[in-house]
Design a protein around this ligand. Structure first.
Ligand code: SAM
Length: 242
């Protein structure tokens, strides 16, 4: 999987991609992350990348020409790339989107700044607009980091078996069950007996019920689309009575 990130602040990416699983994936050639400084594509003496908005109003807008030149240069080498614009106006980025994007070979991610990018960038080049959530960040860099991270861990072989994504939250439409590790007791809090029992069937049942309970409490909206068995439905009905 090849990621090309278009940003005015490439230095922001030094830390997050230099550690742990993403670093290992890059070192092993499973993913490739290239950063492109949009300012390098500004054509005037002052390397201007923003300008006042037509129609007035507060803030600046990212100019179309430097972004167009940057995108076209990157696309010349990435013919199959899907172009993503980070913006609070986009569709919410979720695990299903991460799974879908992990099937792609090449992604170009545009990081906005100021009031965002000239709308013609979207019209000319953007395949998909993605939002991290209903809040406004100072720039698209953190959104790009989140997208790269969530997509990369779904690329085959990026996670070792120890970090498997199979039981993650959202994998089957539910939040994940709680985890415990040693010691069995800490400040009076015991690890649930069932997890120490060695009875794998009972453990699976307990985990499923915990996942259902947590989802019902915190994200009941997810239950509408989750894959639920008849036993799950029955358990949820029991919980609703409590
Ligand atoms: N004026 C814009 C609006 O109200 O929609 C917000 C611009 S924001 C200050 C600057 C840049 O940060 C955006 O162009 C986008 O790239 C990024 N950004 C901010 N919030 C985001 C979010 N929730 N999801 C994804 N990107 C975001």
């Amino acid at each position: 999987m090849k990621f090309d990130i278009l940003t005015l602040f490439p230095g922001m990416f030094d830390g997050p991609f230099a550690e742990s699983i993403i670093r290992r994936a890059v070192d092993n050639g499973l993913i490739d992350i290239r950063l492109h400084n949009i300012r390098d594509y500004a054509f005037d003496r002052h390397k201007t990348t923003d300008d006042y908005p037509y129609g007035g109003g507060a803030g600046m807008v990212m100019k179309v020409e430097p972004l167009a030149a940057c995108i076209e240069t990157v696309r010349a080498e990435r013919a199959a790339a899907r172009v993503i614009l980070t913006t609070p106006r986009g569709k919410p980025f979720d695990q299903a989107t991460a799974r879908r994007l992990a099937e792609e070979k090449e992604l170009i991610i545009i990081c906005g700044r100021y009031e965002g990018v000239d709308e013609r960038v979207r019209e000319l080049y953007v395949d998909e607009e993605l939002s991290l959530g209903d809040y406004v960040l100072t720039g698209g860099e953190i959104a790009a980091m989140v997208i790269v991270d969530a997509v990369s861990r779904l690329v085959p072989d990026v996670l070792g078996s120890a970090d498997s994504a199979a039981a993650d939250s959202f994998c089957d439409g539910l939040l994940e069950y709680p985890h415990y590790t040693r010691p069995p007791e800490f400040r009076g809090l015991q690890v649930p007996e069932v997890l120490l029992s060695g009875n794998h069937q009972e453990i699976a049942r307990w985990r499923r019920r915990q996942a259902l309970q947590k989802t019902l409490m915190v994200r009941p909206d997810l239950l509408a689309t989750a894959r639920l068995s008849a036993e799950d439905e029955k358990y949820l009905q029991e919980l609703a009575k409590v």
